[in-house]
Ligand binder design. Structure first.
Ligand code: FAD
Ligand code: NA7
Length: 487
């Protein structure tokens, strides 16, 4: 009955991880509650159930990326004999964002239906710990409900971080806002060298927006740096302005209504520039500051709010678990959060002992030229095994689909990092080119199975594709030979 507020499982956060965990537990016959609540961004943007991926992450991002890739479509079609009067300039932003938002709303609705079908109780309310079995749920009218659970799962994810500089929260947006904006952005500055910053700068430029990307140190920290630089070089050649080694120190609104950004170089020099929009992508903070973790003594990292967990995703409090972006040391990716949620529910309620494998997780950066990878970067492999024990096979190749349209293939590159010691397992695979995510997914399966260089080379290619260049890799970096693929 609605008055009975005791559950087998209470999940705080209805995003990728929380929903997966709740649905799995309900499927195992357990009584489950999910709380999901979205605090508006400093710019006032808010959204419905489903979390970051559905509303302000993977889904709208990939759709914007895809839309931006269409810019060349008519131009290229003409080369293939299609008759078109004009080239595409820029889309109607309002039409594009409406289409994406409509789709996102259909996903929100789908999540609610799925919870209903599995008899999961959904509370559109913010959760806070009272004690280690009791959660206070506060809805938008400030009404409070106490919800009790045997097991509690924290899956609250994170939100964009804002720098402590004048004007950041008042005048700048983040990835939480860009997908929900009704009006076109105008001349835009994107700040941050993370994948989120690069992807946003990439699709905005592709959508015909005058775009500048500001990077404080290196692009894509943690990713293979040779590839990171190829990606940024490609963005620069596409026409995105790249401003290196600087940070914004102040943002203010000037009379015309546009924004003045004061930036500072490493040597202390400052200068001012005007933009219509400033998008900050300088990292994320876990959404734990209002959970009252101290009420139950849950240990977390003071710097980024992330919760410490063991290999079973358990916090230091025995009946409380944390999964997804909110947990320390987990790759911040949707499929990782979903797997963690499902596995946790099975361990808690189905006598399973299967753990989530947080290693060798494939991923793709959806920059204008996509970058897919799995496993170690070249520098990480060398740091771990020593330069003499690592062989790097590489190739610059030309996608067939680029030939007739004279698109630049300068940065289309592949490398496999191989451990020299028999049986020569592949430690890392990096692919830059069209449809990277589609290409790397299958190789991810092989690497999880322990793929060796001999097995890779023993595989027959599919012709004519870009992916076949991976099984054809044979030039080592050490040899110094030209890695350009010729016919
Ligand atoms: P979330 O999905 O963030 O869900 C947490 C939910 O909890 C949210 O709805 C939040 O509002 C709610 N909440 C927070 N506090 C409370 C509270 N106290 N009470 C109730 N509810 C609360 N990953 C990929 O795999 N591929 C991609 O292409 C990709 N692109 C991305 C692009 C961008 C711009 C961003 C920002 C992220 C992207 N990610 C991508 C990462 C992915 O979105 C996250 O890893 C994933 O959503 C994490 O899931 P989660 O369940 O941990 O948290
Ligand atoms: P990351 O990966 O922490 O990246 C943050 C980026 O923003 C990074 O390029 C930082 O540069 C930059 N940054 C940080 N603070 C500032 C300030 N104050 N000014 C300018 N630039 C700044 O964050 P994400 O949340 O985007 O990535 C999440 C996950 O993606 C991460 O866990 C990885 O698995 C991949 P820096 O390199 O520090 O100089």
């Amino acid at each position: 009955s609605p008055n009975n507020t005791w559950y087998d499982l209470v999940v705080i956060g209805g995003g990728s991880g929380g929903l997966a965990c709740a649905k799995e537990a309900a499927g195992l016959g357990k009584k489950v509650a999910v709380l999901d609540y979205v605090d508006p961004s400093p710019q006032g943007t808010h959204w419905d159930i489903g979390g970051t991926c559905v509303n302000v992450g993977c889904i709208p991002k990939k759709l914007m990326h895809h839309a931006s890739q269409m810019r060349h479509a008519v131009h290229c079609a003409k080369k293939y004999g299609w008759i078109a009067e004009t080239d595409l300039q820029k889309p109607n932003w309002n039409a594009l964002s409406n289409t994406i938002q409509q789709y996102v709303r259909s996903l929100n609705w789908g999540h609610k239906v799925q919870l209903m079908q599995r008899n999961v109780s959904y509370f559109n309310a913010k959760g806070q710990f009272v004690d280690n079995n009791t959660i206070k749920a506060i809805d938008k009218t400030k009404k409070e409900t106490l919800i009790c659970g045997d097991k509690i799962v924290i899956a609250v994810g994170g939100r964009p971080r804002f720098p402590l500089i004048p004007g950041a929260r008042e005048f700048c947006m983040s990835s939480d806002d860009v997908f929900w904006r009704k009006e076109p952005l105008g001349k835009t500055l994107v700040v941050g060298g993370s994948y989120v910053g690069l992807e946003c700068a990439g699709f905005l430029h592709g959508l015909g927006i005058d775009t500048t990307l500001m990077i404080r140190s290196i692009p894509l920290r943690g990713f293979d740096q040779q590839i990171a630089h190829l990606i940024v070089e490609h963005m620069h050649e596409e026409g995105i302005k790249i401003w290196n080694s600087q940070v914004p120190v102040q943002v203010s609104k000037i009379n015309s209504g546009s924004l003045e950004v004061i930036s500072q170089l490493n040597d202390g020099t400052t200068f001012a520039n005007g933009f219509d929009t400033v998008l900050l992508a300088i990292g994320r903070l876990a959404s734990t500051s209002e959970l009252n973790l101290q009420n139950v003594g849950i240990k977390f990292n003071e710097e980024n709010g992330k919760i410490f967990v063991d290999e079973f995703d358990m916090t230091n409090v025995g009946n409380i678990f944390a999964i997804g972006d909110v947990a320390v040391g987990r790759p911040e990716l949707t499929p990782v959060a979903i797997k963690a949620g499902k596995h946790l529910a099975r361990r808690l309620f189905d006598n399973s002992n299967e753990l989530t494998d947080y290693n060798n997780v494939p991923t793709t950066v959806f920059t204008p030229l996509e970058y897919g990878c799995i496993g170690m970067s070249e520098e990480a492999a060398i740091a771990e095994y020593g330069i003499d024990n690592v062989e790097v096979f590489h190739a610059f190749y030309k996608p067939l689909e680029y030939v007739l349209t004279e698109q630049s293939h300068k940065q289309c590159y592949i490398k496999a990092i191989v451990l020299c010691q028999s049986p020569q397992p592949i430690l890392g695979l990096h692919f830059v080119g069209p449809n990277s995510g589609e290409v790397v997914q299958g190789f991810g399966v092989a690497i999880k199975c322990g793929l060796t260089y001999a097995q890779l080379s023993g595989t027959t290619g599919i012709h004519p594709t870009c992916a076949e260049e991976i099984v054809k890799l044979h030039i080592t970096k050490r040899s110094g030979l030209d890695p350009t693929v010729t016919g």
